[in-house]
Design a protein. Structure first.
Length: 276
């Protein structure tokens, strides 16, 4: 079973690499055939990822999100799923391209991560539904924030092109500024409460299961920092009614904080799933 799963994973990352390459060709040259081929490859990647995910679930007897190895894979699956859905319902070629660049990076990290991560489950603690819900909701919120980040990047690109009066096919292929701004905002509205609920459930689980739980743990502080930065974004957007480049840049900064929390603070945590 393990060998067959490895083969599926290897085939998936090769197809994903070709998919991202085709989206990049379309990004540069507005190549319709490359875009269509990329979408079909993306659909195959999603199917293989889903098979891999369910196979791991069958093999482990639980939802596979309890370590870095599994968490990165589920995160990638969320991004690919969002890409397939967006491609079906929105004219969003650039959004899909940038989203899958992020997805491929995460897939590569998952594939080539040190082997000790694969077995780095949450020590020998009892696995509970509370923990599963906590991690799943956190990763889903990361998916929403990632897509919001892509919308803000495209907003910034579009804004600069318009300001410099650089008209062309590339400008026309990006969604208009108001739609990019609105979609970025909607995704953050979804992501913030989901991450907040995940954080609450995680703290409850830690109090129940983890000995010597401390509020000053790096991962806990980092998660609150992420909530705070996105909270500032929502405050500026809703209360101050700000729109445009300033909140787009704030959203980009918030996502940077999220990445720092996910990779750096997670490795410094005393109890989170980076520990072996």
């Amino acid at each position: 079973m393990e060998m067959s799963l490895s083969r599926i994973n290897e085939v998936t990352i090769i197809l994903y690499a070709v998919c991202v390459l085709l989206y990049f060709i379309d990004f540069l040259n507005n190549n319709r055939k490359a875009k269509q081929a990329a979408f079909w490859l993306l659909s195959i990647v999603w199917l293989l990822q889903t098979i891999f995910l369910f196979a791991r679930m069958f093999e482990t007897g639980r939802f596979p999100v309890l370590n870095v190895f599994e968490g990165l894979y589920f995160y990638t699956w969320v991004l690919v799923t969002l890409s397939v859905v967006l491609n079906r319902f929105l004219k969003a070629e650039f959004i899909i391209f940038f989203t899958n660049v992020i997805g491929f990076i995460m897939m590569a990290l998952h594939t080539f991560a040190p082997t000790q991560y694969e077995s780095a489950a949450v020590s020998s603690q009892l696995v509970s539904e509370l923990l599963l819900i906590h991690i799943t909701m956190a990763i889903l919120s990361y998916g929403a924030f990632s897509l919001s980040f892509v919308f803000s990047i495209l907003y910034t690109i579009q804004y600069n092109l318009l300001k410099k009066k650089k008209w062309g096919k590339r400008l026309l292929r990006i969604e208009d500024l108001s739609k990019l701004d609105h979609m970025s905002y909607v995704l953050n509205v979804i992501g913030v409460p989901m991450l907040l609920l995940s954080l609450i459930l995680g703290i409850i689980w830690a109090y129940i299961k983890v000995q010597n739980f401390h509020w000053y743990d790096a991962k806990v502080l980092g998660s609150f920092m992420v909530i705070f930065t996105y909270g500032v974004y929502l405050y500026m957007r809703i209360v101050k009614e700000l729109q445009g480049k300033s909140v787009a840049l704030l959203n980009l900064a918030s996502f940077l904080v999220l990445l720092i929390n996910f990779f750096l603070f997670g490795s410094l945590s005393r109890f989170h799933f980076w520990d072996s």
